[in-house]
Design a protein around this ligand. Structure first.
Ligand code: ATP
Ligand code: MG
Length: 444
């Protein structure tokens, strides 16, 4: 069937009795929004990932809503609503525990805006009446068939304009429309395809895989902030190992994080995959890792390898600092990572090397714990020690004093003021910092 024929076909509609979506599995706030819009006479659909996840029996991350009400009309329905976005204005309805996003159906295939680090055209006009569209057009501008399903609050039916139900059953990620065209419009969709396939345990449709195989370098055209956003999403959700293996297989990783790609194809692949597996395990245990920690994992194998080339002793602090800066600077620019976040990752690496040898003194522990990058370094060190036993003993030596420091019991770890004995043990420094160089516990 051609796209034109496909688009003229009637949607497939599953009545309430013919699907498994239960309102009990939805966020009560999203339901409130749906009912309020419906009550005001508008179409009100649950859209996108939430419908997909509910049909698969998974817990949706968020509940996005589509409507034919214009943003102003949506806002008038709620006291706690705010319009955001430059081009396609979204309405955010704020509740105590969550924000529900309501978007007016639109026809433009443009990718959705990202609020943080937004790179949208500042001069773009405010929405034009003809940028809005019908529900069907709204389904067609979405990325993958499994992401193009609607749940209609009016009669609790599922509406499928794009063949998403069949692909959910078959376990296939397929673009809506020809993959080459859709990837040309927005190359970030190549990353998203790999993400969904990995997360849902689906396979990539053959035509989609072929398109990616020939177009992977086009990802370089994508706005850095959008790539960084997808990378973080990929690291966060508990499927990082599978997603990054998928990105590597699809030849995308080398363009977006060449540092991780080098690790994957060189001798450090094992450590990269083990770190990502360890991060996934934390997610399963509902132990939250910071975004800086997650980002750091992608660069850690290369950093460790560079440390190791310096021999069995850690390089001195100044050299480590230079190394971390050299390795991370271009990456942070390439991914438009904020200055502050880049600083935390870089400083986190410096602190990490401190944690690789037992603490020298209580003061040393306090200085380390009070550093703004400590939380990142501490999490990274735990993950590292988990995947490489050689870091275990140093970490053990830090555990108790760090706990004491964090509990505010500084006096317990500062120890006695150095008396004569203490002074006698101190060696005079010859050759500057060299003598302070701790012995490395071994690289990875
Ligand atoms: P997640 O569980 O990761 O939130 P999601 O499907 O909800 O999955 P979002 O990134 O939140 O994904 O996007 C919401 C919806 O917007 C998608 O389901 C899809 O329909 C549409 N969408 C998102 N990104 C694009 C894109 N680049 N091009 C076209 N449509 C997109
Ligand atoms: Mg979502």
């Amino acid at each position: 069937m051609s796209e034109a024929e496909q688009r003229q076909a009637e949607p497939r509609v599953l009545a309430r009795a013919d699907h498994t979506i239960s309102r009990a599995a939805m966020s009560p706030n999203a339901l409130k929004v749906l009912y309020r819009l419906h009550g005001a006479g508008f179409l009100a659909y649950l859209v996108g990932g939430a419908v997909r996840d509910l049909l698969l029996g998974r817990k949706p991350k968020d509940f996005d809503i589509g409507t034919n009400a214009r943003p102003q009309q949506v806002r008038q329905c709620f006291r706690n609503a705010r319009i955001i976005g430059r081009r396609f204005r979204l309405v955010m309805v704020r509740f105590a525990s969550e924000i529900v996003e309501v978007a007016t159906f639109r026809r433009s295939p443009d990718p959705p805006e990202i609020e943080e680090g937004e790179t949208a055209d500042v001069l773009a006009p405010t929405p034009d009446a003809d940028e809005y569209g019908t529900p069907e057009e709204d389904a067609w501008r979405r990325d993958f068939t499994v992401n193009g399903l609607f749940y209609d609050i009016a009669d609790f039916s599922v509406i499928d304009h794009v063949g998403g139900l069949a692909d959910l059953d078959a376990g296939v990620i397929r673009t809506i429309g020809p993959p080459r065209l859709r990837f040309d419009e927005d190359p970030v969709r190549m990353m998203r395809a790999v993400e969904y396939a990995a997360r849902l345990g689906f396979r990539l449709d053959d035509e989609l895989a072929d398109a990616t195989a020939s177009m992977h370098s086009e990802i370089r055209r994508a706005a850095p902030a959008r790539i960084a956003y997808e990378l973080l999403e990929s690291l966060k959700g508990g499927s990082a190992l599978r997603i990054f293996r998928g990105l590597e297989e699809a030849s995308l990783l080398g363009h977006i994080v060449p540092e991780a790609h080098e690790a994957a194809v060189g001798g450090n692949g094992t450590i990269l995959w083990s770190l990502l597996a360890a991060a996934d395990e934390r997610y399963r245990k509902e132990e939250k890792l910071g975004e800086e920690t997650l980002l750091a994992l992608l660069f850690l194998p290369q950093f460790l390898a560079a440390l190791q080339t310096a021999g069995d002793r850690l390089p001195r602090a100044g050299d480590i600092e230079r190394l971390a800066r050299e390795q991370l600077e271009t990456a942070m620019l390439r991914l438009a990572i904020s200055h502050y976040r880049g600083h935390i990752v870089r400083a986190g690496f410096l602190l990490l090397t401190r944690l690789m040898v037992p603490p020298r003194s209580g003061k040393h522990v306090l200085r380390t714990v009070r550093h703004e990058a400590f939380a990142t370094a501490w999490q990274v060190m735990h993950l590292l020690a988990e995947v490489d036993g050689r870091y275990g003993s140093a970490l053990v030596a830090w555990e108790q004093p760090v706990r004491q420091a964090l509990e505010g019991r500084a006096h317990a770890i500062e120890g006695p003021k150095p008396g004569r004995e203490g002074e006698a043990r101190r060696r005079p420094r010859r050759g500057g910092r060299r003598h302070n160089r701790p012995k490395a516990t071994g690289g990875a």
